[in-house]
Ligand binder design. Structure first.
Ligand code: BTN
Length: 307
């Protein structure tokens, strides 16, 4: 059976045309449209003009036109799914190529860092996972930083907070990057970078905001910009100094007083910055610098407005 989804873009196509291409009746087209909607795809229907995906939908055809160098078949656009990380993990197990992307309209079990949930209401954010293959395990911390820089750059206004938070100019969290890897000795044969960005206001936690508070970026523009910036940084993983410098330029904590909550306890002090091994270095009032490998950082005192 020919699928309807690949025939839908962000321009209207008449029911008659779609019926002809699919070799089915117009009623059958309508039923398939209903099914796509049940799956979470935002399909618009117009009595005269026909059907299309809403303008900001990252439809496969739109993405292929904007990222022409990507191999065909390396992109999956889903309606509402549990977690794009899981979808891509399964696809990777069945041979998805490096660079494969899964984007969903919404997620019912979106994962955040440290076992937290990532709220993913349909059509209110960008929920995306990218597969990378065959990276040295030693490069993973730098890749995590590069992913954060790429996403911050793609938003246009983003700052970063270790390890992978993307903040708006007033310090509210607009997005984050989650890195999950399967390793085999010194090689990470599967690395899945998951990015979540709040684009439109929804029921967000207090410290979070939607990107629409600062700028209007469409989901597709954001996704295209992220892929381009990620490719840029992937080419520079052998030049850690460049990645670190890009991170430092956007780092909201650098030189400020911070509190870092780790599983071992709380560290307070002045943020010295990140290292190529991915650790976050804090200089306490007394004692030696501490390099933290995993934790949550908060700025102590007032949240600062960044220019
Ligand atoms: C964080 O905790 O800051 C990282 C959040 C990452 C969320 C994204 S949304 C797309 C992908 N699928 C998931 O289940 N999680 C990541």
């Amino acid at each position: 059976m020919i699928e309807l989804l690949p025939l839908l873009g962000t321009d209207f196509r008449s029911g008659t045309e779609l019926a002809r291409e699919l070799g089915v009746s117009r009623v059958a087209v309508w039923k398939r449209i209903q099914r796509l909607r049940e799956m979470g795809y935002p399909v618009e229907a117009h009595p005269k003009r026909g059907y299309r995906l809403v303008e900001e939908a990252p439809a496969p055809g739109v993405l292929a036109a904007r990222l022409p160098r990507r191999p065909a078949g390396s992109y999956r656009y889903l309606g509402v799914t549990a977690s794009t990380q899981e979808d891509l993990r399964r696809w990777a197990a069945h041979g998805a190529p490096s660079g494969a992307l899964v984007v969903a309209e919404g997620q019912t079990a979106g994962r955040g860092r440290r076992g937290r949930r990532w709220q993913s209401p349909p059509s209110k954010g960008l929920y995306c996972s990218v597969l990378l293959r065959g990276l040295p395990v030693g490069k993973l911390p730098l890749l995590g930083l590069a992913g954060g820089v790429a996403l911050a750059e793609a938003t246009g206004v983003g700052r970063v907070k270790w390890p992978n938070d993307i903040l708006g100019p007033d310090g509210a969290k607009v997005g984050g990057v989650l890195m999950e890897a399967q390793t085999n000795g010194e090689e990470a044969h599967v690395v899945i970078l998951g990015l979540g960005v709040n684009l439109e206001p929804a029921d967000l936690p207090d410290h979070a905001a939607a990107l629409s508070r600062y700028s209007r970026v469409s989901r597709t523009d954001l996704l295209v910009a992220f892929v381009q910036r990620l490719e840029h940084w992937l080419d520079r993983l052998d030049r850690p100094g460049e990645v670190l410098a890009a991170w430092r330029r956007r780092d909201v904590t650098l030189g400020h007083q911070v509190r870092v909550r780790t599983r071992q306890g709380v560290v307070e002090g002045r943020a010295v910055g990140v290292r190529t091994d991915g650790t976050f270095v804090v200089r306490p009032m007394s004692g030696e610098e501490v390099a933290v490998a995993a934790g949550d950082v908060e700025l102590v005192g007032q949240i600062r407005t960044m220019s």
